[in-house]
Design a protein around this ligand. Structure first.
Ligand code: URA
Length: 204
């Protein structure tokens, strides 16, 4: 399912005004996501935390710092990728998003994927993984294993917040990120180049 917006700015405005689920009444700011409209890489987290809810931007707290470091490790700046979440409003006290909240928000994410049309989708954590691969996918088994989804690659990864709690997962996250330059090069070869003013990312 897809909300059917024709561009990302309209979609972001609708997210900011959204009242599709009870999280709308609890948020300070909704967090539609940010990045280039034709990003080659789309990263998808779980949901906004306290800092994100205050600022209306994704991954600006502790997890965001780690994410920025991981991106820098492969020669990327966060301004070169699109970053969003499965739910666009903060669940109270950072609890897990409820099925009704995930279902209400999913059409926005599907619309973002269609509009951005990335080569690589990176899911961060189990909720964004489940959005694409269903509830049976186990992150401990599939992280770092690229899967073809139509004409894109899905690369599941641990959530940076989990890696901050567990050094072993941080190592796994670094190893999974290290695959990105090779995967991006292969993905570009397997799909025709984008039209007009598109600028390719340069990675290490
Ligand atoms: N964790 C997430 O999943 N998303 C954010 O935007 C911040 C923290």
């Amino acid at each position: 399912m897809n909300t059917g917006f024709a561009d990302l700015a309209q979609l972001a405005a609708a997210v900011r005004d959204c009242r599709r689920c009870p999280l709308a009444g609890l948020r300070t700011l909704a967090v539609p996501g940010e990045g280039p409209t034709q990003a080659e890489i789309l990263l998808i987290g779980e949901g906004p935390g306290q800092q994100e809810d205050r600022q209306g931007r994704p991954f600006v707290g502790a997890s965001g710092h780690l994410l920025q470091k991981l991106l820098a490790g492969v020669g990327l700046d966060r301004s070169q990728v699109f970053i969003t979440n499965v739910v666009k409003c903060r669940p109270p006290n950072n609890r897990d998003p409820l099925p009704v909240e995930l279902a209400a928000c999913a059409p926005f994410l599907d619309n973002q994927v269609t509009l951005i049309d990335p080569l690589i989708l990176i899911t961060l954590g189990r909720f964004s993984l489940a959005h694409f691969l269903g509830p049976g996918a186990r992150i401990t088994q599939v992280h770092g294993r690229p899967t073809r989804l139509g004409d894109r690659l899905l690369l599941p990864m641990f959530h940076p917040a989990a890696a901050l709690r567990n050094p072993q997962w941080q190592q796994a996250l670094e190893a999974d990120f290290a695959q990105l330059p090779g995967l991006l090069a292969a993905a570009r070869r397997s799909r025709p180049p984008r039209p007009d003013n598109f600028t390719q990312l340069s990675l290490f």
